[in-house]
Design a binder for this molecule. Sequence first.
Ligand SMILES: NC(=O)c1ccc[n+]([C@@H]2O[C@H](COP(=O)([O-])OP(=O)(O)OC[C@H]3O[C@@H](n4cnc5c(N)ncnc54)[C@H](OP(=O)(O)O)[C@@H]3O)[C@@H](O)[C@H]2O)c1
Length: 255
Amino acid sequence: MQTFKDKVALVTGSSRGIGRAIAGKFAAEGADVIVNYRKAGGSSQAQAEELCRDIEKTGRRSMMVQADIGIKNSVKDLFGVIRENFERLDYLILNAAKAPFKPIEKLFERELRQLVETNYLGNIFCIQEALPLLEKTGGRIVFISSLGSRFYNPSYPLGSMKAAMESVVRDCAESLRAKNISVNAVCGGIVKTDSFKVLRQFWEGIEALPEDMFVEPGEIADAVFFLCSSAGRGINGQTIVVDRGLSNAICRLTE
Ligand SMILES: NC(=O)c1ccc[n+]([C@@H]2O[C@H](COP(=O)([O-])OP(=O)(O)OC[C@H]3O[C@@H](n4cnc5c(N)ncnc54)[C@H](OP(=O)(O)O)[C@@H]3O)[C@@H](O)[C@H]2O)c1
């Protein structure tokens, strides 16, 4: 039994890391998947190609589309490809993110603009372009947030954009309710993806966390799957935390 048979999902930033796990999960559940990435010609593109090949082997359709979500015309082109090739969209998973690891007060203007363009404007460009497709299918939007939305993380300006987007989730859930589109978020704990290799340089002691406090990409993917499946139909405007209890364990961790 495949939950998402004949459905179509776009996962932004899905060439690697958490987005890749979400794309794989949705394909395994029967969805056709659009794999998006930013950087043309490099290892990210090679990983997107490999993922699409793997998905196609399972009998589902998959297409990789290079697009920088922070650039409006690039997002328009991305959705042009979706309309032309898939003609529908059921799930928009807003996963792509990119930000420097630096204290906010030290960010150059260029870095600040990129922070907002990629991690706030880019997600909203995607929502705007997706609406005409999602309202036809009664679609679902899921944003991938992080604990930086609510707790201090060293040198992590991305947290401020995650907080803003969790607010956008609440806002859009209400304004898109009449179109039968639900909007939720999954707030992940710490996941050992490529970005963790950089995070650990700025967060002294993070590697001393008990191994069972690190979240697997598949655990985030399962929560996204839940929100998009019929089991999640009663949830709207919420952010679900998937952190293996890390944010609830401050006392235990300092014992
Ligand atoms: N890792 C964690 O501990 C953690 C925890 C909680 C939440 N999260 C969130 O989960 C999501 C994925 O994180 P991750 O660690 O898997 O990231 P990652 O390994 O750094 O991968 C990021 C992905 O996003 C793409 N991307 C970056 N900027 C883009 C843009 N402007 N347009 C389109 N695609 C873009 C990248 O493509 P290129 O390779 O081509 O740049 C790549 O596919 C992010 O929203 C992150 O904030 C991560």
